[in-house]
Design a protein. Structure first.
Length: 227
């Protein structure tokens, strides 16, 4: 792992069958209490990073609202610069520092459109955003800690390139899949049993919502399979 890169913490809420969401559907997995935990994490991070589809599908604000603290810089990876003007990210970029990272594939007209808003645009990578190059650019901008909040495609890219330093996974009491779901649940629990270096934090404030939060050191992590 390169020392000059920011520390990356992957944060995700997963269902019992290892999913983080459903295609073209905005679903809420986190409880209020879990949101507070995530917002505290956001407040401690220099930046928060998500993929284009998460913005398209969930239209998140990515700000600190359920905890005290400053908003981290929001970083959106969007190779073609297609983020919509009516997304909450673009609508709030005057008051929350925002970086849109695009690739060389982004058209001039899309770039011109983005540059009319008070945000930073970084061009980095040929067809997709080049993650190692981006992290080195962010490091030079004094960004030391990044909270990676997905979605699955982006998480996978970071994992494949061994760029994650820490994972914080909230296990929620939902099952999203239908086929072979029980097999997957059993498999996942076996994987969990085999994990070393796993710390459980039981959120006692949750009443009907039992959520476990795992603090996992990446190298010890046996991949659950985000979908
Ligand atoms: N449960 C949770 O904790 C949680 C958290 C966040 C999101 N979600 C869910 O995740 C789902 C969205 O995830 P997703 O997998 O569809 O998309 P995503 O990871 O949000 O975004 C992926 C997109 O980012 C862009 N990108 C640019 N550079 C990239 C790179 N180097 N590597 C990977 N992607 C890059 C690509 O689009 P371009 O090529 O067009 O740039 C890619 O298709 C939603 O359902 C959302 O609700 C869940």
């Amino acid at each position: 792992m390169v020392n000059s890169k920011p520390k990356i913490t992957l944060s995700a809420a997963i269902t019992l069958d290892g999913k983080i969401g459903q295609k073209n559907k905005h679903i809420v997995l986190s409880s209020k209490s879990d949101k507070i935990r995530v917002h505290k994490l956001r407040a401690k991070s220099d930046a928060i990073l998500v993929g284009k589809n998460t913005v398209q599908q969930d239209d998140p604000l990515l700000t600190v609202r359920y905890a005290k603290g400053n908003n981290p810089i929001r970083i959106i990876l969007d190779s073609h610069a297609t983020i919509r003007n009516d997304s909450r990210i673009i609508k709030t970029c005057k008051r929350v520092p925002t970086i849109i990272v695009v690739s060389e594939l982004a058209s001039k007209s899309n770039l011109n459109r983005l540059q009319k808003s008070p945000l930073d645009v970084i061009v980095c990578g040929k067809n997709q955003v080049n993650l190692t190059k981006l992290l080195s650019i962010l490091s030079k901008r004094k960004i030391k800690t990044i909270l990676l909040e997905g979605g699955g495609t982006l998480n996978r890219s970071f994992l494949k390139q061994n760029l994650i330093d820490e994972m914080i996974i909230a296990l929620t009491p939902y099952v999203l899949g239908s086929k072979n779901t029980i097999d997957k649940i059993i498999l996942m629990h076996l994987q969990m049993l085999l994990l070393n270096n796993l710390h459980f934090h039981n959120d006692r404030n949750l009443k009907n919502f039992h959520s476990l939060v795992f603090f996992v050191v990446c190298q010890e992590f046996s991949f659950f399979g985000f979908q």
